[in-house]
Design a protein around this ligand. Structure first.
Ligand code: ADP
Ligand code: XUL
Length: 588
């Protein structure tokens, strides 16, 4: 077996093989295909709202008008998206070449399988689409997703039973956040006991999708499993006390947890017959979208910080000595069993930026960017706190709050004062949301022990295509910002187009899943775990994995002075957050 380290020579992947990675995120199902040289040869996506309008989702989710904060998605929509995307690939390419498949999915969401669902999964008819065959296999037609914030009562109960929020965070990797799967399951048990009783197995979105592919219940992987408040972060096993604090008979409903690199099974006959996969095609454990992004960005240096600007905004890095906190999440690193991933998650990401764009910038990113450029860094002390959704960090309900901070030039927090404001001029609103989000990320990242200032930031997610947004990120964090190649040309691999370059957009989570598929294939071939870098080492510069510098950071006098002023604004912002929590918040 190869030893660890970056100078590893890559292990050979079979010539002509392909590796398929999915990302079942909040708004879409995306897929990336890599060849044996790790070049992206195809990418595609199904957008839930527009491609599957019959599910009636908005941004991929359904909001319950009868219960504030209850946000769900239909699992059958994800199954139908899988069918649709594979149908498109099968029409263009020879899926027999796919040696392994893996995937990524939004974290925390829970799917409730009915009794005997395993039998339905094993007996799918390849002549018929997937979704209608699964309708009877679900104990509930809807899955609560990560955006749900209706479990505050269950969070308090679980924390109390586990000896408090800090202890729960120390043993499971995070306190009980509303989106965590344990409190979500407890709510189903308490409020819909018939659904809970009828449930044979609870899957996360990741293991639900893997179950479809293997035609049996797939294990929850240890990385995504850390977002449940049920797994011991040190032993990576379910904890009896946490299971008991959540719901009865839960252990059998969750099943065994497995490492992210485990190769559970071969692809099921349904996919072999319907889409012509080889029956030898391996299905590698699916995991969460943030862990897969970590893999796709090949994040391996503790000085690097990744910031994902998707539906949620997340900030993450790696460490070998994680410090549990009340704000962040600690997860096992999906590609290195010896280290951990530390992550912050914001619910007000892209959809809230879009709301400000729609209100103040004519619904256009071009206008938004023009307004951003028309304002100066620091925004004249204007600070915005925009919560279109009930926020996780800080825990605050829906509401927009605006302040103007005076005396920033005094250089002292004591002399700075703030005044509440109703609404800023349009350009200032635009700068206030962008600067506000990054000031918050910097302040909270520092409190969770993430590297601040980082050596560099690697930005990903939909909004990372906006260089002006990244420019603000670089000034506030005081470091250069890199992006993975978000888009580029790839060789078409269907026969009439062979070797013709076609444009694709590359998503880091599905790219990470495709790399994890290749890694799982190698682990299976070697009969043991091999370091993840064996997949890409020595060839990342030549492939779709290479990073490019999006915004440099020059540490001249002007930029350092600006950075120092941002440091003061970070402190002021955290102070105002505390005041807002006292006024509106529901938690300590
Ligand atoms: P997810 O994977 O969570 O479904 P994505 O990472 O695909 O989401 O990001 C989608 C978001 O990207 C959209 O909601 C949109 O607001 C944002 N986005 C796309 N282009 C831009 C842009 N030029 N500037 C800012 N945000 C953008
Ligand atoms: C992470 C989280 C979100 C989802 C959305 O804890 O809840 O980032 O994974 O994709």
């Amino acid at each position: 077996m190869a030893a660890g380290g970056d100078d590893l020579r890559p292990l050979r992947l079979p010539a002509d093989s392909l590796f398929l990675g999915f990302d079942c995120s909040t708004q879409s199902l995306k897929a990336t295909v890599l060849d044996a040289d790790l070049t992206v040869v195809a990418a595609d996506s199904v957008h839930f709202d527009s491609d599957l309008p019959h599910y009636g989702t908005d941004g991929g989710v359904l909001r319950d008008p009868a219960e504030r904060g209850r946000i769900v998605s239909p699992p059958l929509m994800w199954a139908e998206a899988l069918d649709l995307l594979l149908g498109r690939f099968a029409a263009r390419a020879d899926l027999r070449r796919v040696a392994a498949v893996s995937g990524s999915a939004q974290q925390h969401g829970s799917v409730y399988w009915a009794r005997d669902a395993a039998a339905s999964l094993a007996a799918l008819d390849p002549a018929r689409p997937l979704a209608p065959q699964l309708a009877g296999a679900l104990a509930a037609p809807e899955a609560p997703v990560w955006m749900d914030s209706s479990t505050a009562a269950q969070c308090r109960e679980v924390e109390a039973a586990m000896g408090g929020a800090a202890r729960l965070a120390a043993v499971t990797g995070c306190r009980a956040h509303e989106r965590c799967t344990g409190p979500q399951i407890r709510k189903v048990y308490q409020t819909r006991p018939a659904v809970y009783d009828a449930t044979e197995r609870v899957s996360l979105v990741s293991s639900f999708m893997a179950s479809l592919l293997i035609g049996a219940y797939a294990c929850i992987d240890e990385t995504d499993g850390a977002g449940m408040n049920l797994m011991d972060i040190s032993t990576r096993q379910l904890r009896q006390d946490a299971l008991q604090a959540t719901a009865p008979n839960l252990e059998e409903k969750i099943g065994r947890l497995a490492p992210a690199h485990e190769v559970p099974r071969k692809i099921s006959p349904y996919f072999v017959q319907r889409f012509q996969f080889a029956s030898s095609c391996l299905v590698v454990q699916w995991s969460g979208d943030n862990p897969n992004s970590l893999a796709g960005l090949t994040l391996s240096s503790p000085g690097d910080l990744a910031i994902s600007l998707g539906t949620s905004d997340t900030v993450f890095g790696i460490t070998d000595s994680p410090e549990p906190s009340l704000e962040g999440n600690i997860l096992p690193n999906p590609i290195d069993p010896k280290t951990f991933m530390v992550m912050l998650c914001y619910k007000n990401g892209s959809l809230t930026r879009e709301d400000i764009r729609n209100r103040y910038a004519e619904r256009s990113w071009d206008v938004f960017n023009r307004l951003l450029e028309a304002t100066t860094p620091l925004n004249g002390g204007k600070l915005g706190f925009y919560y279109k959704e009930h926020e996780i960090l800080p825990p605050l309900p829906v509401g927009y709050h605006r302040y103007v901070v005076k005396n920033l030039s005094s250089g002292s927090l004591d002399q700075m004062v703030e005044h509440e404001f109703d609404e800023f001029d349009h350009p200032s609103e635009v700068r206030a949301i962008i600067e506000g989000q990054f000031l918050s990320m910097r302040g909270h990242a520092e409190r969770c022990g993430l590297p601040v200032p980082p050596k560099r930031i690697i930005a990903t997610g939909g909004a990372s295509s906006n260089t002006l947004i990244l420019k603000s990120m670089a000034s506030i964090f005081g470091c250069p910002v890199y992006t993975s190649q978000r888009s580029g040309m790839c060789r078409a691999y269907s026969s009439p187009l062979n070797n013709v370059l076609v444009p694709v957009s590359i998503n880091s989570a599905s790219l990470g899943a495709a790399l994890r598929a290749a890694h799982g294939w190698l682990c299976n071939q070697q009969g043991e775990f091999v370091p993840f870098s064996c997949v890409y080492s020595g060839r990342s510069e030549r492939t779709s994995l290479s990073m490019k510098l999006a915004v440099p950071f020059v540490d001249d006098e002007k930029n350092i002075e600006l950075l120092n002023n941002y440091t003061l604004l970070v402190k002021k912002r955290l102070e105002i957050e505390q005041k807002l929590i006292k006024r509106f918040g529901q938690r300590e």
